[in-house]
Write a protein that binds this ligand. Structure first.
Ligand code: NAP
Length: 326
């Protein structure tokens, strides 16, 4: 196995440490779908050596999974497919539901949309306070036994919730938010993952495009784009985050890399992590190989932390995204 891959318990092929995130491909909260570009993006990702694709039923209310199913026709066995479970929706408004009945319904819907008879990594999208975690985990463990799922994961779970889950089902993967600006997992989740040999799929590694380095204070987002509701993209914080981006660029330049590549490399250098690069146009997913074959030094990391402390006095996390309970 190369340094560019990680082995996930239950999955026979090693996973590429850069994976494709497909929330935007679903269209919802990203200004609408564009299927031709989405399919070309998925094919480009495979050509670039990416072999893990992350999706969820809620991304476009089935649309992201459907587009992936179409794009992978004839290539299913080349890809590690990760999808999720545990969100329901009404009138395009999601809410948490990890009841056994909902899980049984969702697995069949996802298999149909993805045109496959198994899911490689099946992750609970958000913890559901109204359903005992034991019931959720035991239903998912049964899906593994039935051959419908190869490995289990949880997303947005606390350490305590993971402890309960692991008492009832084998846990292989954790999907937390993690990027240069959103560091909440460092205090407990990252050490827990390392201790229990869990693989992390880091979501938002480019912080919803901020770390792609192409935004300015003039950038305007459509009303149905999630960045319109994200406190990082509102004054006065937006200017502060953009100032940090400008300063971080000097570290990327020193290595002869783009800021985007630096942001992804930083995530991979923090632990047993795979970065979910969110893209919806093929030209966005070029240069994946630039992420590999080098590392950030301890001095680089210290300089990054100094820049962040200096430019962002009141950092804010991705909590605005949390869907409501039933
Ligand atoms: P992300 O990967 O941090 O950033 C995506 C953004 O980066 C988009 O705005 C895109 O721009 C921009 N971008 C990507 N490549 C670019 C390039 N080459 N040049 C310029 N801009 C570029 O954010 P994300 O999509 O929120 O997160 C990634 C994935 O993580 C999702 O797709 C999803 O699979 C997963 N996720 C999971 C959860 C969860 O609760 N489990 C939550 C959020 C995300 P455009 O806007 O121009 O396309």
């Amino acid at each position: 196995m190369s340094q560019n891959e990680l082995s996930i318990p239950g999955i026979s092929t090693p996973a590429s440490r850069v994976a494709l995130g497909t929330w935007a491909i679903g269209g919802w909260m990203w200004g609408g779908p564009d299927d031709d570009n989405a399919i070309r993006t998925i094919h480009r990702a495979l050509d670039e050596g990416i072999n893990l694709i992350d999706t969820a039923p809620v991304y476009g209310f089935g649309h992201s999974e459907e587009v992936i199913g179409r794009a992978l026709d004839g290539r299913r066995d080349k890809v590690i497919l990760a999808t999720k479970v545990g969100l329901n929706w009404k009138d395009e408004k999601p809410f948490r539901d990890s009841t056994p009945g909902r899980i049984r319904q969702e697995i069949e819907d996802s298999l149909r949309r993805l045109k496959t008879d198994y899911i490689d990594i099946y992750q609970v999208h958000w913890p559901d306070d109204k359903t005992p975690i034991a019931e959720t985990a035991e239903t998912l463990a049964a899906l593994v036994k039935e051959g419908k799922v190869r490995a289990l994961g949880v997303s947005n779970y606390s350490v305590e919730q993971m402890e309960t889950f692991r008492a009832h089902a084998p846990l292989a993967v954790v999907q937390p938010p993690y990027n240069l600006f959103e560091r909440g997992i460092e205090k407990d989740i990252l050490p827990y993952m390392e201790k229990h040999k869990l693989i992390g799929l880091a979501y938002g590694p480019l912080c919803r495009g901020l770390l792609a380095g192409k935004m300015t204070s003039q950038t305007v987002f459509p009303k149905d784009d999630l960045r319109s509701a994200d406190p990082k993209f509102q004054a006065p914080r937006f200017e502060q985050y953009l100032a940090a981006v400008d300063k971080l660029r000097a570290i990327a330049d020193k290595h002869g890399k783009s800021l985007m590549v630096l942001a992804i490399r930083w995530v991979l250098d923090q632990g047993p992590l795979i970065a979910l690069w969110g893209a919806r146009k093929p030209e966005q997913i070029t240069g994946v190989s630039d992420v590999f074959g080098w590392n950030l030094t301890a001095e680089d990391k210290a300089e990054i932390d100094r820049i962040l402390k200096e430019t962002i006095p009141d950092p804010v996390g991705p909590e605005f995204m949390a869907p409501p309970n039933r």
